[in-house]
Design a protein around this ligand. Structure first.
Ligand code: BG6
Length: 493
């Protein structure tokens, strides 16, 4: 599809997200000739930096975080020339008039036909301020061009603040031009969930409470809060990972088949799923990582900008159910945490066991298991039972393991590449509609309310472990375990 020309205005251009994700994603798209001939990028920030310093910062970010190797500065010239820096105090209304004139100049220079993407890579308190100013300065109007607003998470701190924030933003940009990012939806395998479910005879007929025992979603990380204490103190793992990423994956895994694959039909089904979620007190475990002096790892409370008495959770494990015909009685478990032994994101679907097998020497028959791996490997793992070779009638679990990024030379696009491209195309399917945000907060607020009633200290866990014992108990009391199916081989072809 031919993309229309555009100017991308990034608010918060000196921040972490821009440096780690946006500049490298733009670079990779450019290298793959996916950007239109006419485009430009205006980085907007509060610091006073020169064009030269700005370009150096872009190069450093690409060197460190780009999946493609960097060209020489000379070869990069055409790319870098399109980037300029504009200094703005986000509260300063006058500055937006100047920004408007500047963007018109850029538009003339780069023939971008007035189309704009405003990317708010800033703290959420700035969302309404910036979108109001853009609106008041006539920069949100779609007259003969399009103007799109991209907002990052967190979208609110709870349902009430999210509603207020949404009302503010909606006064300025219409819903169809608002792109609320959840970068997990840009991951290759998250997009593959619907294909696996709805394009395979093998899975969909079994995708219900008659055949599935339980589903678990594991999103674990080895890093700590990495200098983001200020943000994390207000969010914790529940807001940072569960309210958005985990619930989005859960809705893709559990929703009913949409009537069509268009944006609104998919979103309608996700909403129905989110509305059916149930959680009980006692089914949520929280934890906070402690220090490990021997390994020289700081505890969460010792991190920069974190209160030494902080009760913020860096780990959550929970069990939820979906109150509908398809899923009645099937538990869904979610586990996410920082400072865990491994970084990986996987969805494990465990099927019910058969009632014993005639004729064969029955050891404990393994369950059939389907694992959707999102990262670091991307692929699908299937475990089933087969006869052990030999003259005895033994059964053993065997597996098939499809990995799409394990082959030499394969390098999946980063989530932000796909998401930026979708904003450029005007396709909001992989972004969250307001009511998805609303119902995720309704669910998360229930947990917060449970915690308010029982606000004892958050249990500590040692770094490099899988969280507090209670998270393991949460599974074991149901006769289950957290499962991890490691890849055994990597094929290099
Ligand atoms: C972000 C969270 O949304 O997702 C971070 O704010 C977390 O705390 C990150 O580290 C994890 O993303 P990924 O893509 O590395 O799994």
């Amino acid at each position: 599809m031919n993309l229309q020309p555009f100017t991308l205005a990034i608010f918060g251009a000196t921040g972490d997200l821009t440096r780690r994700k946006l500049y490298p994603a733009l670079y990779n798209l450019w290298r793959e000739n996916q950007l239109p001939k006419d485009f430009s990028v205006v980085s907007i920030g509060r610091r006073d930096i020169s064009r030269e310093e700005h370009h150096d910062a872009i190069i450093r970010s690409m060197e460190r975080f780009s999946r493609k190797q960097l060209h020489t500065r000379h070869e990069l010239k055409d790319f870098l020339d399109r980037f300029s820096y504009f200094r703005l105090e986000f509260h300063n209304s006058k500055g937006y008039g100047e920004l408007k004139s500047y963007l018109s100049e850029v538009d003339q220079t780069w023939h971008t036909q007035g189309n704009k993407i405003y990317f708010l890579a800033v703290a959420p308190e700035f969302f309404p301020i910036i979108s109001d100013e853009l609106h008041d300065h006539g920069m949100a109007e779609n007259i003969g061009s399009w103007q799109r607003l991209v907002v990052e998470k967190p979208f609110g701190q709870d349902l009430q603040s999210a509603i207020a924030l949404n009302n503010d933003v909606r006064k300025t940009f219409p819903e169809e031009n608002i792109y609320r990012i959840d970068h997990y939806l840009g991951k290759e395998m998250a997009q593959n969930i619907m294909v696996l479910r709805f394009a395979n005879t093998l899975f969909e007929p079994l995708w219900n409470n008659r055949y599935i025992d339980h589903i678990q979603i594991n999103l674990t990380e080895t890093i700590g809060v990495e200098g983001r204490g200020l943000y994390y103190e207000k969010s914790g793992a529940l807001h940072d990972m569960v309210q958005n990423h985990a619930l989005q994956l859960l809705s893709l895994i559990a929703m009913e088949p949409p009537i069509a694959l268009d944006t609104e039909s998919v979103r309608d089904e996700k909403i129905k799923m989110l509305r059916s979620l149930k959680i009980k007190p006692g089914d949520v475990v929280r934890g906070q990582y402690d220090c490990d002096e021997k390994a020289n790892i700081l505890g969460y409370r010792e991190e920069e900008n974190v209160s030494p008495q902080s009760n913020t959770e860096t780990f959550v494990a929970l069990k939820t159910t979906i109150d509908n015909f398809r899923w009645a009685g099937v538990p869904f478990y979610i586990r996410t945490g920082k400072r865990m032994p491994q970084k990986y994101s996987e969805i494990v679907v465990t099927f019910k066991k058969l009632p014993g097998v005639l004729y064969f020497e029955k050891e404990d028959l393994g369950s059939n298991v389907l694992v959707i791996r999102l990262q670091p490997d991307e692929g699908v793992y299937l475990q089933f039972n087969a006869k052990r070779p030999g003259t005895n009638n033994f059964i053993q679990p065997v597996s098939m393991d499809f990995c799409q990024n394990c082959h030499n030379g394969f390098n999946s696009p980063e989530a932000y590449e796909r998401l930026l491209l979708d904003v450029m195309r005007g396709d909001p399917t992989l972004f969250t509609r307001w009511d998805e945000v609303e119902y995720s907060w309704r669910f998360v607020d229930q947990i917060e309310n449970m915690w308010k009633e029982d606000r004892g200290p958050t249990p500590l866990y040692a770094p490099n472990t899988w969280g507090p014992q209670k998270a393991i108990d949460l599974m074991q009391r149901d006769g289950r375990d957290w499962l991890r199916f490691q890849r055994k081989e990597v094929y290099i072809i």
